[in-house]
Design a binder for this molecule. Structure first.
Ligand code: ADP
Length: 265
């Protein structure tokens, strides 16, 4: 509901009336507003790396090119910013695909525990930070129908955040459980955490708790928004809990139907 107030005033200066007009903001207006906001965000996110690149390229053209020390540094910045833009545009393309109504998953059955180990192994092999991994993953096979590429991306986004925000020597805990008709996956870190009032907002497009920090870490602000869309396309849910100074846990569920014995026949 939006309210507009008009004050009725006489020439003498006395106020003798007040008109209040209440507008019901319809669903369509809300969608339009969200769209405008999204376009403004995208433009801003693209303009920032572009203006940075422009000033570095200008400096190079103005003589920095002949400076053996400055030239490679400036080129390196231009490269980093280009890469950020490519990541951003790729993320935007992905979101627009997820938004389209004929979006289809290409699902197969996977033994989720084994699959989860495989994804974590990849991070454990390539991680550059001093962070230990703890796995709480049941041994028994848990068959879940997923679009493997999509869920891999969800896990990549969550795990890379957990690593990015982990302190030196911190631990990341990976957990898989069957809870009722779902599997629940959680990834916990011992990082800086997120203020309570912001926790639910981290799944919004372009929302970052600390813009400067996210940029410095190469973030686009879209990773968790994409993860949310992908989990919802699987009819699951995603959320986070966090305590400032203690760490963050990101959870998601996926529907799970235990196979009956006669399914094997
Ligand atoms: P980004 O590209 O900025 O990482 P994401 O969509 O992945 O974008 O995350 C959105 C924001 O949520 C991040 O900018 C950060 O502020 C916060 N965030 C996400 N994961 C964590 C985490 N594990 N610990 C602390 N903050 C986090």
């Amino acid at each position: 509901l939006r309210a507009n107030f008009s004050i009725i005033q006489r020439e003498t200066g006395f106020v003798n009336g007040l008109i209040v007009v209440l507008h019901d903001i319809t669903e369509q207006e809300k969608i339009d507003e969200e769209r405008r906001e999204f376009v403004a965000n995208v433009s801003h996110e693209l303009r920032t790396p572009l203006t940075t690149m422009r000033s570095y390229l200008e400096a190079l053209a103005d003589g920095a090119m002949d400076d053996a020390e400055l030239a490679p540094r400036f080129l390196n910045t231009a490269q980093t910013e280009t890469e950020r833009m490519i990541r951003l545009v790729n993320a935007l393309l992905q979101l627009s695909k997820l938004d389209s109504t004929d979006y289809q998953l290409s699902t197969t059955w996977v033994d989720f525990g084994r699959y989860f180990h495989r994804v974590i192994d990849r991070f454990e092999m390539t991680k550059s930070r001093n962070v230990t991994f703890k796995r709480l993953i049941p041994e028994e096979s848990i068959g879940v129908e997923i679009d493997e590429d999509k869920i891999t991306q969800v896990l990549d986004n969550i795990i890379s955040n957990a690593l990015k925000y982990s302190p030196e020597g911190g631990q990341v805990t990976f957990k898989l459980q069957v809870i009722g008709p779902n599997i629940e996956v959680s990834i916990r870190d011992e990082g800086m955490g997120i203020p309570k009032e912001n926790v639910s907002r981290i799944f919004e497009r372009f929302y970052r708790v600390d813009k400067a920090r996210s940029r410095k870490l190469g973030g686009t602000g879209l990773g968790l928004a994409i993860a949310k869309e992908m989990i919802e396309a699987h009819k699951g849910q995603i959320w986070a809990s966090s305590e400032e100074g203690k760490g963050t846990t990101v959870f998601f569920t996926l529907p799970y139907e235990p196979l009956q014995e006669d399914d094997w026949e």
